[in-house]
Design a binder for this molecule. Structure first.
Ligand code: SF4
Length: 460
């Protein structure tokens, strides 16, 4: 139905329509869904659709076939808010009956001010309210003989990988971020519930689990790392337990707290299932900028930590995101960031220019950076990051590595290495000898070509 601009934030998943869309039987109530925003919002969309499917609704892949459309919005940046309003406008034009939910739903007046004709507005995680709004707009007509819920619920991602949300909310107060205001304090799911969901996904054919939350390393702090039914709610235990299920396990949004060190030996063990991959949003490297951001773990000696991780697990891939042009950022502070990047040699890097977000405390900081300076720093940052990425990928030529196949068509197979998360990192392409490959298969390839972000190889 609609797409986010892919460069809106480096870690945003594209908006998409559900893969579960299928033909509605005559008389079956039918709903459409536009899912905007990050992987966390995607998980919320999946939950809503799972419930609707369980209640007998069909999911329409287009506006025309839907009796009403749910728009799951993103409100992280002002540009994302504008994007959400556009998506609501498009759904109103194309379908006319629109229910709004998600992060931007926390500001109902903002939505109804622009689009007074929406049927209902609910906030993030208000699943029951969304369902109530759907029931009012399109009454259910359950048929227990045909409405069988797939064991995995409804997935918006390809069948062989799935996001796994382990907690919601955040106990930090980074000045540029309004997520704690919108989503509340950290609320971890019990470990046994996470493991049970993961087991069901793996049984249903999922080969890669993408662990997400606002702050993955803080998992379980709010429930005192409680152990229940043999599973302890601590990220180290959870990583080990998930890794034992036989799928690849990839951790996103980890902060460099000291206990993250305990994850690295697990990643170094190829039999553990935990991929040697850490997605750590550092955001900056200069201690004064980090303090002005009020970042968690701002005092950590990150270069020393990175060196220690690499000593334990030389294979580890480090991905991060950064903000350039944060209020008060001087040329010297920015240069520190560039020098840090030279030292840190991160494998994957995303960058976005600072922008004010309504309600964020950073708006009131002095010395905002001029737009042209932000643009210039962004270009310098990306040039360096690209050169590092290109050199690292070049060094992989000749290596034999395992890849997971994401898609196969007439031209070739699109795959990912253990170093590539779906949606946000690069790919490995196979353009010869791919005919028997299938999505979800894990195959060994020899790398024979590299660009700045992608690799090419052939099965061995
Ligand atoms: S850690 Fe900071 S940036 Fe991340 S969700 Fe919490 S407040 Fe926002």
């Amino acid at each position: 139905m609609t797409q986010n601009p892919p460069d809106l934030r480096p870690d945003l998943a594209h908006a998409r329509v559900p893969r579960a869309a299928d033909a509605a039987r005559p008389g079956q109530p039918t709903i459409g869904m536009v899912s905007l925003g990050c992987p966390k919002a995607l998980v919320d969309s999946e939950r809503i659709l799972t419930r609707l499917r369980a209640e007998g609704y069909a999911i329409s892949p287009d506006y025309a076939g839907a009796e009403a459309v749910i728009v799951n919005t993103c409100g992280f940046l002002d540009s994302a808010k504008a994007e959400s309003l556009d998506a609501i406008g498009e759904a109103l034009r194309e379908n006319g009956r629109v229910i709004v939910t998600g992060c931007l739903g926390a500001e109902p007046d903002y939505i109804t001010g622009a689009h007074p004709k929406v049927l209902a507005v609910t906030g993030p995680h208000q699943y029951e309210q969304v369902l109530d709004a759907v029931h009012t707009a399109v009454p259910p007509a359950p048929d227990p003989f045909v409405d069988l819920l797939p064991a995995t619920g409804v997935s918006l991602t390809p069948r062989h990988y799935s996001y796994l949300k382990i907690s919601e909310g955040c106990n930090h107060k980074c000045k540029f971020c309004i997520i704690p205001d919108m989503r509340g304090k950290l609320a971890s799911r019990p470990a046994h519930a996470v493991i049970r969901e993961a087991e069901k996904l793996v049984e249903a054919g999922v080969r890669e689990l993408l662990v997400i939350s606002q702050d993955t390393s803080a998992y379980g702090v709010d429930i005192r790392h409680r152990e229940d039914r043999g599973h302890r709610a601590h990220i180290t235990d959870l990583a080990r337990d998930l890794g034992a299920l036989g799928a690849w396990v990839r951790l996103h949004y980890v902060y460099p707290y000291p206990h993250v060190r305990d994850l690295i030996p697990i990643m170094a063990d190829p039999a553990s299932g935990l991929l040697p991959y850490l997605d750590i949003p550092f955001q900056h490297a200069h201690p004064d900028v980090l303090r002005r951001m009020a970042r968690p773990a701002a005092a950590a000696r990150t270069l020393d930590e990175i060196a220690a991780w690499r000593a334990t697990c030389p294979e580890i891939t480090l991905r991060s995101t950064f903000i350039v042009g944060y209020p008060g950022e001087t040329e010297a502070e920015f240069q520190t960031l560039l020098d840090w990047l030279d030292e840190a040699q991160l494998d994957r890097v995303g960058c976005f220019r600072y922008e004010n977000v309504e309600g964020a405390r950073s708006n009131a900081l002095p010395d905002h950076v001029a737009e042209e300076v932000k643009d210039e720093r962004f270009a310098r940052f990306m040039e360096k990051a690209q050169a590092i990425s290109a050199a690292k990928l070049e060094a992989r030529i000749g290596q034999r590595i395992d890849v997971i196949v994401d898609a196969v068509d007439d031209e070739g197979a699109t795959c990912r290495t253990k170093a590539d998360a779906p949606e946000i990192d690069g790919n490995l392409f196979i353009d010869a000898g791919f005919e028997t490959l299938e999505p979800g298969q894990i195959v060994t390839v020899e790398v024979d070509e590299a660009s700045e972000y992608d690799l090419w190889g052939r099965p061995v």
